[in-house]
Write a protein that binds this ligand. Structure first.
Ligand SMILES: Cc1cc2nc3c(=O)[nH]c(=O)nc-3n(C[C@H](O)[C@H](O)[C@H](O)COP(=O)(O)OP(=O)(O)OC[C@H]3O[C@@H](n4cnc5c(N)ncnc54)[C@H](O)[C@@H]3O)c2cc1C
Length: 412
């Protein structure tokens, strides 16, 4: 039976960064991953390095807008009718997490995590020679209406206090920055400390390649359960198993099933998102643009302009709905009138989503030796480096660089 110091279950961006961080500290690590190593959901993501995104999704204003959003089948949020019943518990927890006091606590938890996120990801990128895929830039959150701009402006004092200064651009200043945008926009919030990954799939592959070239192990298999062994854990894969002193579970939304094999029932849902990759877009913004009202990004990438976003709650088995990707072009075209969609490709991926918008990063108290890291929803690429640093500390029994209590399993 194969043996390793640490088995990392799931080789998406979170698992790959964790494996790399542990390897850097001298551990023998094997990743268990049935698909392309380092790609996962982040490979198709918007590539927005949103260090300053310290706000949870549940909030009083989102709750107020929910009925209108849910009635619009082409809007940024849909729930598959067959999934509605299953979503009840998740939905109730989401509403509970939207209380102002809970929102304040979530910000207080996310801000320290994200303050370390940039340096932690750059450290791993440098280690793997993948820094060329990361760009520092001022991302613009574009607002169509004065009402949205004013609401976004109200967040600026919170951002400033937490160390993420941002400022308002009026309509004229926005036009100067991004002349390709239409002229009936109210303005934007400029986030000078943000960034972008110009090819998330190649970035993850470069991290994975560095891990493998330095003796990292890969078991190309799907873990089906985690079981206790005499002096560690067994990662069960079909009839076989990988023995490990410690296990890190980082299988994104699929972590739910493996947690269930240990007896944990978590409200982990797949918030599916789509992208439309335009290799010949006809217009290229100078930076990442996020469209506040329509909840999607336009990100300049190595191979074209990527429109990415929308949330669709549906079961993991539901096939992708191409219309959800196509709607991204229809909406983006209203902002960028010269946009073309020749040779567009569609993609769908699953954000691992917990109702309070916080990830789980913790050692399991009832299963010492298993550290879990999943549920990063829309910020997994952004928070991958800092998560890896925290997990490496948990595996080694060292104090992590920030208070991880808000990210414990027991909150559910
Ligand atoms: C449309 C869209 C846009 C996004 N934009 C951004 C963005 O701009 N910025 C940002 O920071 N984040 C963004 N995200 C979120 C980000 O992609 C996710 O948070 C992140 O990919 C989660 O990483 P993960 O490694 O936890 O999970 P995943 O990437 O889902 O990886 C999980 C891995 O586990 C493997 N696996 C599954 N089951 C098993 C098993 N049983 N055994 C072993 N392995 C298993 C899977 O094959 C997969 O490789 C976006 C997501 C979407 C959908």
């Amino acid at each position: 039976m194969p043996f390793t110091d640490v088995a990392v279950v799931g080789g998406g961006i979170i698992g790959t960064c964790i494996a790399l961080a542990l390897q850097q500290r001298g551990h023998a690590v094997t990743i268990v991953e049935p698909n392309e190593l380092g790609a996962g959901t982040a490979g198709g993501s918007a590539g927005y390095l949103a260090w300053d995104d310290i706000f949870p999704i549940p909030s009083p204003s989102i709750v107020a807008g929910l009925p209108r959003m849910l009635l619009d089948r082409r809007g940024p949020l849909v729930i598959a009718p067959s999934h509605l019943l299953r979503m009840t518990g998740w939905g109730l927890r989401f509403l509970w997490a939207a209380r102002p006091s809970a929102v304040r606590r979530a910000i207080a938890a996310l801000a320290p995590l994200n303050r370390l996120a940039e340096s932690a990801l750059y450290d791993l990128a440098r280690l793997a020679g993948a820094e060329r895929y990361l760009v520092r830039e001022t991302v613009l959150h574009v607002c169509r209406t004065a009402k949205t701009l004013a609401a976004a402006e109200r967040l600026l004092p919170i951002l400033a206090v937490e160390g993420f200064p941002a400022h308002v651009l009026d309509r004229a200043a926005l036009r100067v920055q991004e002349p390709a945008l239409c002229d009936d926009l109210a303005g934007a919030i400029a986030y000078p400390g943000s960034g972008r990954c110009t090819n998330p799939r190649a970035f993850g592959a470069a991290l994975a390649q560095h891990f493998l070239s330095n003796g990292g192990g890969l078991l190309e298999a799907r873990a089906i359960a985690l079981e206790r062994d005499a002096d560690g854990w067994l990662v069960k894969i079909g009839g076989e198993a990988l023995r490990a002193k410690k296990v890190v579970l980082a299988a994104g939304v699929w972590s739910g099933a493996l947690m269930a094999s240990l007896g944990y029932r978590l409200p982990l849902e797949s918030a599916r998102g789509y992208h439309l990759m335009l290799s010949n877009p006809g217009v290229m913004p100078a930076r990442t643009l996020l469209f506040e009202e329509d909840h999607f990004c336009a990100t300049p990438m190595e191979d074209g302009l990527r429109l990415a976003g929308t949330v669709e709650f549906a079961s993991l088995e539901t096939p992708m709905n191409p219309a959800r990707a196509d709607v991204l072009y229809d909406v983006a075209h209203r902002y960028l009138p010269a946009l073309r969609r020749d040779s567009a490709t569609r993609w769908m991926g699953s954000r691992p989503s917990l109702p309070d918008s916080l990830p789980i990063i913790a050692e399991l108290r009832r299963h010492l030796g298993i550290v879990v890291a999943f549920g990063h929803e829309r910020r997994g690429l952004t928070e991958s480096g800092v998560t890896a640093r925290c997990v490496a500390d948990l595996v080694e029994g060292r104090p992590p660089p920030l208070d991880l209590r808000p990210f414990r399993v027991e909150r559910f």
